[in-house]
Design a protein around this ligand. Structure first.
Ligand code: SAM
Length: 280
C-alpha cells in the first residue's frame, strides 16, 4: 500500500477539519475514489507531469493525481480550512505537493512550475469556472504553459464550450475556446457523486491547445465576439456598430453577408472580422 492510500478516508478529513461546504466558494466535494481516479486518468499518463489543480478542497482529486504518477501537484485553494487538511497529503508525498493558499483568479501559477510539461486538472468551483477558463485560453504567450486542460464544469457550460455554429448554445465561450483549443466533453457526472450534490449534472471537458490558432489579435477577437454575441438576435450589421468602425466595411472585408447573425458565424469568420477591425 502506498502512503497516499493509507491516508484517512475523505469523510473523516471533512469531519476532522470541519469542512462544511460553503456555497459562496462553490464547494461540492468528490469523495468517490473511482471517480477521482477516472478524472486523473482522463488527464493522460502523468509520469513526469506537473498537475495544476484549482480548488483541491479536502484533496480527493489531489490524491488521485499523485497516485496516478504526477511528478508534482501545484494546488491553489482559497479556503484556509482545506489548506490545513491538505497538509496531511503533502506530508505523505514529500516534494510532490505544493499548496498555495490564494485565489486562482488573481494568482499567476507559472512561477510555481518547473518548466516541464504541465496539465491543469480540476473540479472547478462553478461560480468562477468560466472566468478561470477564459483566463487560461486567453493567456499570452501562446502556445501556453499547459499542454492540456481537464476540467469539470456544469453540463450547460460544457455544452457552450463545444457548441457548433448554428446551435443555441454557440456563443463567445465557444468561439474563444475553439479558436485556441480543441475541446471535447469526455463524460458526465451525476449530481449524486458530489457532497453536497449540486442541482445540475456536470461534465468533464478536455481542452487541448492548438499549436497554431488562426492568426489575429486576441483582444480584438474578444471585442468582436462581445459585440456580436452581446446582441445575438440582431444581424451583424447592427450588432457590430458598437465597435466604432463601419460594420458594412468590416463584414465586406471579412467576406460575411451583412444579414448574418453571430450564432451562424464559424470561428474563422470571427477571426476574419477581428483582422478587418485591425486592418490586417
Ligand atoms: N477538488 C475538490 C473535490 O473535487 O472534492 C473540491 C472541488 S469544489 C467544486 C471547488 C473548490 O475550489 C473548493 O475547495 C473551493 O474552496 C475552491 N475555490 C473556490 N473559489 C476558489 C478560487 N477563486 N481560487 C481557488 N480555489 C477556489
Amino acid at each position: 500500500m502506498s502512503a497516499i492510500e493509507d491516508l484517512p478516508p475523505l469523510r473523516e478529513v471533512i469531519r476532522e477539519h470541519g469542512l462544511s461546504a460553503r456555497k459562496s466558494l462553490g464547494q461540492n466535494f468528490l469523495l468517490d475514489l473511482n471517480l477521482t481516479g477516472r478524472i486523473a486518468r482522463a488527464a493522460g499518463p502523468l509520469e513526469g507531469v506537473t498537475a495544476v489543480e484549482v480548488g483541491p478542497g479536502p484533496g480527493g482529486l489531489t490524491r488521485a493525481l499523485l497516485a496516478n504518477g504526477a511528478k508534482h501537484v501545484v494546488a491553489i485553494e482559497r479556503d484556509e480550512r482545506c489548506v490545513a487538511a491538505l497538509r496531511q497529503v503533502a506530508e505523505v508525498a514529500p516534494g510532490g505537493l505544493t499548496i498555495i493558499a490564494g485565489d486562482a483568479l488573481e494568482t499567476d501559477l507559472r512561477p510555481f512550475l518547473d518548466g516541464g510539461p504541465a496539465r491543469i486538472v480540476a473540479n472547478l468551483p462553478y461560480n468562477v469556472a468560466t472566468a478561470l477558463l477564459i483566463k487560461w485560453i486567453t493567456v499570452e504567450p501562446w502556445p501556453p504553459f499547459f499542454e492540456r486542460l481537464v476540467l469539470m464544469f456544469q453540463r450547460e457550460v460544457a455544452e457552450r464550450i463545444v457548441a457548433a455554429p448554428g446551435s443555441k448554445t454557440y456563443g463567445r465561450l465557444s468561439v474563444l475556446s475553439q479558436w485556441r483549443t480543441e475541446p471535447k466533453i469526455l463524460f458526465d457526472v451525476h449530481p449524486s457523486a458530489f457532497v453536497p450534490p449540486p442541482k445540475v449534472t456536470s461534465s468533464v471537458v478536455q481542452l487541448v491547445p492548438r499549436a497554431a490558432p488562426l492568426a489575429c489579435n486576441r483582444r480584438t477577437l474578444e471585442r468582436v465576439t462581445e459585440a456580436a454575441f452581446g446582441q445575438r438576435r440582431k444581424m451583424l450589421r447592427q450588432s457590430l456598430k458598437s465597435l466604432g468602425t463601419d460594420p458594412f466595411k468590416l463584414l465586406s472585408a471579412a467576406g460575411i453577408e451583412e444579414t448574418r447573425r453571430a450564432e451562424e458565424i464559424p470561428v474563422a469568420g470571427f477571426v476574419a472580422l477581428a483582422n478587418a477591425v485591425d486592418g490586417t
